[in-house]
Ligand binder design. Structure first.
Ligand SMILES: Nc1ncnc2c1ncn2[C@@H]1O[C@H](COP(=O)(O)OP(=O)(O)OP(=O)(O)O)[C@@H](O)[C@H]1O
Ligand SMILES: [Mg+2]
Length: 266
């Protein structure tokens, strides 16, 4: 390329840094020079040039949006479906879990109920599905049943329960972890009911529990409230019951899940 032409093309693109900064498209700016050189060299059509630059910006934005949503969801740990050992958990049928990972149930405002004894992967799967939801652009919040109740109690004391429930409605998915470890006071049970009732057909819930529904009357201290809550929860829901011994115990036994001995650390 002749020096005269280079000067002209620089002049032509002179305002691009300013315009791209205004458009808040820093990745386009970062890649502009390199992509333009490649496009010239390889004789790209204009459309391909624009597509390549915009793709870089959109992919980066999606990734940073997902990171923000994951941070905001306040998961107690980062657990993924890729880390989940399906062979160790026959209760979690891989095709069903992978189907749930496609998230059609969130669009349908359906729920997922995960049951099973301690350490069988309920919290792990709930986080893994919820992370997929964050990556797909959904707003998500994670808390234990007790933490949800505490949050609603604070709002109720401020006479702002309805506002708080409306705020929670903005999440496409909430995870209510650990229903059943602590029995709830009457008032707390009513608040949990209010939460589930408010989300019914409006937003999705994942619940995890170490006790079957038959024990929820006892946990909530009121058979009627439990029945009404369960009714709303399961009207549109996928049920998964995990089985077996705690994965934590396998870990402690010093063996990897596959049964191989854990490598010794010096
Ligand atoms: N099948 C699995 N593959 C890989 N890791 C697993 C599996 N099951 C459980 N784990 C791991 O074991 C630990 C306990 O699992 P998790 O916290 O999900 O259990 P839980 O069913 O929620 O138990 P609890 O009722 O005590 O809350 C976690 O670190 C989790 O990542
Ligand atoms: Mg758990």
């Amino acid at each position: 390329m002749s020096p005269a032409k280079t000067t002209t093309s620089t002049a032509v693109g002179e305002r691009l840094p300013y315009l791209l900064a205004k458009m808040k498209a820093p990745r386009v700016l970062e890649r502009l020079e390199h992509t333009a050189a490649r496009a010239r060299e390889e004789g790209w059509p204009y459309e391909q040039f624009l597509e390549t630059l915009l793709e870089a910006e959109v992919f980066a934005r999606d990734a940073s949006g997902a990171r923000q949503r994951i941070r905001h969801a306040a998961f107690p740990a980062h657990k993924t479906l890729e880390d989940f050992d399906f062979a160790a958990q026959p209760g979690a049928q891989k095709p069903l879990i992978l189907h749930l990972a496609q998230l059609a149930w969130i669009a349908e405002r359906s729920n997922v109920c995960l049951f099973g004894p301690p350490g069988t992967g309920k919290t792990h799967l709930s986080i893994a599905l919820a992370i997929r939801a964050c990556q797909a652009g959904h707003r998500v919040a994670f808390a234990t049943a007790q933490q949800w109740v505490d949050r609603l109690e604070v709002a109720q004391h401020r006479n702002a329960l309805d506002d708080e429930l409306r705020r929670i409605e903005r999440y496409a998915l909430i995870v209510v972890d650990e229903i059943g470890y602590l029995p709830l006071e009457r008032q707390a049970a009513n608040l949990l009911f209010a939460l589930v009732a408010r989300r019914y057909e409006r937003g999705s819930v994942i619940v995890t529990s170490n006790r079957g529904f038959e024990a929820w009357g006892e946990i909530l201290g009121d058979a009627m409230v439990a029945a009404a809550l369960i009714d709303r929860l399961i009207h549109h829901a996928h049920m998964i019951t995990l089985k077996g011994k705690s994965y934590r115990l396998r870990d402690r036994a010093g063996a990897t899940p596959s049964g191989r001995p854990r490598p010794q650390t010096p």
